[in-house]
Design a protein around this ligand. Structure first.
Ligand SMILES: NC(=O)C1=CN([C@@H]2O[C@H](COP(=O)(O)OP(=O)(O)OC[C@H]3O[C@@H](n4cnc5c(N)ncnc54)[C@H](O)[C@@H]3O)[C@@H](O)[C@H]2O)C=CC1
Ligand SMILES: O=C(O)CCC(=O)C(=O)O
Length: 526
């Protein structure tokens, strides 16, 4: 049975799902060294934002197939290392959207009306109505930085509360922004005009310290900033300074450059600042959503099924995989076959999508072909996650071409591999939408379904060859299941494709190559 380690507090609903297919150990609060020491036993790791999944942990996780982040941000996971190791990383892109958006709105209102400090003052026995005079958000301008799932929901509610909306998101169209009621502007204008600025972007090299002394200097003294996205997008020292010196009116922060927040000048500021300990996703509803969402994906991957929100299989969502599954199997089989025919170190793989396939997305098929091509070298260590990286690291050049005019089959795939031992090509198509057929080997037309053990010969098309080969195989007790010859001209060169019931015994391939008329022979296992 598979083993799953849950290293952060996760709602029981997800643990119940995982328990159907795996032994689940919940061990929270582990130190990095403790995690390194035990991770080697586990097939899957499920986390929230507390566990930092570093390169060292991933390297120690020799059995890991999947890392599931019960939330959105995967910045606490070394995704490039996981990808290189063929480990799927999944998240829950929508499970906590509403929770994070509502926390943002709560922060904005609390900040405007000084609710946390008024509450503390009253609980201390005071009745102070002067200190806590607030500001209305009605008719104020909200600048939304990042108009994705959370930013859009914040914008939607803020609009209903009578706010004017500006937004900055270079990856969103003007039409989409206008649908949400936002006017897309450049960042400088947003900084200059917004009364409230709310951040809903990932932390990337471009967004790190986006709010700094210089950008704070562009804002109005009445501006308030809310960050429920990621720490590190704001330079915290510059922010504390700007608030202390009245350059902006205040800030509400849920996330910090380093969590838990240590000694920080932010802590000593007054009612102009509200701090919460990364609570954006902390609602009962969101925790159930993300726990179920991620646990289902871990369960599926452990059962050999695709994950619906893998962050490191670009372009290979489950809908695409489902739609292209038969063609991906075709690409993988052809990749495996051409890799074995070419032998040696492959330098170039030419992937040609023909007929109806020419209009299809090529990326999943290229990934599948590479997975097949690298199977002999990497066996189970190659998968859809790391096939492209592994190929790149081996210096394999991939060339994609399309030929919509090739009409022998509705859609066919042609792979040509060039390596240190020469060039070979194979073409295949699907019959009845599912059954894989090899339709061409090294330019010779054939029509055979691939089988586990196959033998291919390149020979002269002349009487007696088939008989000699049959006798030779018979003398080694190799049973032929099917045989087909493909030729271009009578008595020219030809290719023979044989399906055999067992692998060829050692040494027999060399004997086959000695048969008069046989120029070359290849045995493959698919
Ligand atoms: N505080 C908390 O507990 C939570 C925090 N988050 C964080 O909230 C943030 C937003 O999450 P979602 O809305 O779900 O993500 P999303 O992916 O739906 O939206 C992010 C948006 O940012 C935009 N973007 C990317 N780079 C940008 C840049 N340089 N400038 C402007 N826009 C840029 C993207 O185009 C996208 O529209 C993430 O950082 C996520 O990790 C999410 C859930 C809970
Ligand atoms: O797990 C959590 O509570 C943090 C949520 C979060 O930051 C995210 O989903 O990106």
């Amino acid at each position: 049975m598979s083993k799953v380690l849950v290293s952060d507090p996760i709602d029981q609903a997800g643990i119940d799902i995982l328990s159907q297919v795996a032994t689940v150990d919940v061990k929270t609060g582990l130190k990095p060294a403790e995690l390194v020491a035990i991770i080697g036993e586990y097939d899957a790791l499920m986390i929230r934002s507390g566990t930092r999944v570093t390169e060292e942990i991933i390297e120690a996780g020799t059995q890991l197939k999947i890392i599931g982040r019960a939330g959105v941000g995967v910045d606490n996971v070394d995704v490039p290392t996981a990808t290189r190791k063929g480990i799927v990383v999944v998240n829950s892109p929508e499970g906590n959207t509403i929770a994070a958006a509502e926390h943002t709105l709560a922060m904005m209102l609390s900040l405007s009306r000084h609710i946390p400090d008024a509450n503390t003052s009253l609980k201390k026995g005071e009745w102070d109505r002067k200190t806590f005079v607030g500001a209305e958000i009605y008719k104020k301008t909200l600048g939304v930085v990042g108009l994705g799932k959370i930013g859009s929901h914040v914008a939607h509610v803020a609009k209903a509360m009578g706010m004017k909306l500006l937004a900055y998101d270079p990856f969103i169209s003007t039409e989409r922004a206008e649908q949400i009621g936002c006017h897309l502007v450049d960042l400088d204008l947003l900084f200059q005009q917004a009364d409230y600025i709310t951040l809903h972007i990932p932390k990337t090299p471009e967004t790190t310290n986006l709010i700094n002394a210089k950008t704070l200097g562009k804002m109005k003294p009445t501006t308030r900033i809310i960050n429920c996205a990621r720490g590190g997008i704001i330079d915290e020292l510059a922010l504390a300074d700007a608030i202390k010196n009245g350059k902006i009116a205040g800030a509400a922060l849920d996330v910090f450059q380093s969590e838990p927040l240590g000694d920080s000048p932010l802590r000593s500021l007054g009612k102009e600042i509200i701090l919460t300990p990364h609570l954006g996703a902390s609602t009962t509803e969101a925790q159930v959503n993300v726990s179920i969402d991620v646990a289902e994906q871990i369960r599926d991957v452990l059962l050999g099924l695709p994950a619906r929100s893998a962050v490191n299989i670009p372009g290979l969502g489950p809908d695409i995989i489902e739609e292209l599954k038969p063609y991906m199997q075709l690409a993988e089989t052809l990749g495996n076959l051409v890799g074995q025919l070419a032998g040696g170190r492959i330098e170039t793989l030419n992937v040609k999508l023909q007929g109806d396939l020419a209009t299809n997305k090529s990326q999943p098929l290229v990934v599948a072909a590479l997975k097949g091509l690298l199977y002999q070298a990497l066996r189970e260590r190659v998968n859809y996650v790391n096939a492209t990286i592994e190929a790149k690291e081996r210096g394999i050049r991939v060339i994609e071409t399309r030929d919509a005019s090739a009409r022998d089959y509705a859609g066919s795939l042609h792979l040509e591999a060039t390596g240190t031992l020469g060039t070979h090509s194979v073409t295949g198509a699907l019959l009845g939408e599912k059954e894989i057929h090899l339709t061409d080997v090294d330019g010779f037309p054939i029509n055979v379904p691939p089988s586990k053990y196959m033998l291919f010969t390149l020979h002269r098309d002349m009487p007696g060859i088939i008989g000699k080969l049959g006798s030779l195989l018979g003398s080694f007790n190799v049973n032929i299941a099917s045989m087909q010859v493909g030729r271009k001209i009578v008595r020219g060169d030809a290719v023979m494709a044989l399906s055999i019931d067992d692998p060829l015994p050692d040494g027999i391939l060399e004997e086959i190559k000695q048969v008069s008329g046989i120029r070359d022979a290849y045995t493959v296992t698919l």
